[in-house]
Design a protein around this ligand. Sequence first.
Ligand code: FEO
Ligand code: CA
Ligand code: CA
Length: 528
Amino acid sequence: MNRRTFIEFLGKGTVMASLTPHLLVSNTSFFKEFKGISPSDADELKLAKGLDYDVLIKWGDPINTSDTFGFNNDYTAFLPFDPANPNDGILWVNHEYVDPLFVSNYTGEKEKTKEQVATEQYNVGGSILHIKKNEKGKWEVIQDDHLNKRISGQTKIPFNWEHPIAGKKVAMGTLGNCSGGITPWGTILTCEENYDMFYGERNFKDGSINDKRSFLGWQKQFPNPPEHYGWVVEVDPRTGKAQKHVALGRCAHECATVKELPDGRLVVYSGDDSVNECLYKFISDEPGSLSKGKLYVANVRLGKWMSLHREDNPILQKLFKDQTEVLIRLREAAKFVGGTGLDRPEDIEIDPLNGNVLVSLTNNTGKDNYFGSILKIVETDGDHTALTFKPEKYLAGGKETGFACPDNMAFDVAGNLWFTSDISGSLMHREPYTEFKNNGLFLVPRTGPKAGEVIQIASAPSDAELTGPFFAPDGKTLFLSVQHPGEYSKSTEPEELTSHWPDGKDTLPRSAVVAISGKTLEAIQGLG
Ligand code: FEO
Ligand code: CA
Ligand code: CA
């Protein structure tokens, strides 16, 4: 597929071309009747009427003769081979982190062995799968296809940067792969989010490693530098080749949302998912470059993008020895130049109709913000390279709107907004979250009698979070990750498991990617 048809097919072309007629075709009668679902605490993936799902693949399933599907699937992206056939292509899936109870049988009694750490490393990263709709209209993974591959915590990945990072040009693996993005040339950006839970974090004052932040303790068996993680990683899903993009900075990247400018340069938005952390954008200097350009941080109070380029800023020159150090210690640098700490900036989507940038702010319980919101960034003159913007609240979580803690978002082919919620398992079913019950998937219709309202479409199994919503280009399938069902199980004894999704009975819970379809999905988008 050539580059231009790929962009037209995947992104704005599809939405804009299909939206105009949809705006004219009234979906009034459908939305008048449509109610969605009520919150649920059942251990099932519950869907609104007229929607069905199939489990496409789940943790541990073989994908070829030597590889298996990883743990805790998150971001998904479907890339068709041919614009004329939306039913055959590559599915990329992130694997964010592991639960040692299920993955390595580590229960904390003694030191984790090297073998156990290696098993955990193998289960993060990403999966590349050839998937296809069969004659019955059901999606399936093409077993043993030459394209099927795993990228893991053990894959050697070079840095796309002229200087070494912590003395090396190549990192061992990728991890914390939360959400992501797609480049205009059809590669995947997979984002290393809570990297400190794997190898800890460097204490930059004395060079020591802060082990307390490392829940998984991999550094005890593999002393990799923490600086090798926390990057945006590009993967070519056709070859499995990967590289870490240092120019986009190092933090708990939730996602990397790309806008291609008319001249071929790129703007990439990314949020640092931690309380009181910042929102960033990278503007490339050259067409198609993710290494040459400048990184900015949002000052939301002033509506300004502040440069993180050392040459632009005397304070950065004083505090950091070079640009590499600024990018490695991005959080510190961001605060020095006036970056605004936000309430956990997670996923980012660009509205295909008006170019507004939506940012999920999940919550900040320390500031009594329990329910989160979606922030709208209106760039000056609609120009993504603008250095000024207007911030507005787009949608607030809470009892009136019926959702809490927004996270991943996606626009469908009619321009409706879909988003998932991420109430932490440790807070779910407790005040003030009780009435929201399990995490869910929500829809904000663009047109019709319910335009702007929030409608719950799906409810997740026990302890799970729905992540990685991604629409097939024809709008007829919604790929969705069901992540960490049963995460609060005390042991793998059947009676101590808090979920048995998706296989039921006494089985272990397994994260899985599902394909959702049905007449309701088509009616919502006005598809005939
Ligand atoms: Fe991995 Fe920000 O969710
Ligand atoms: Ca996420
Ligand atoms: Ca989240």
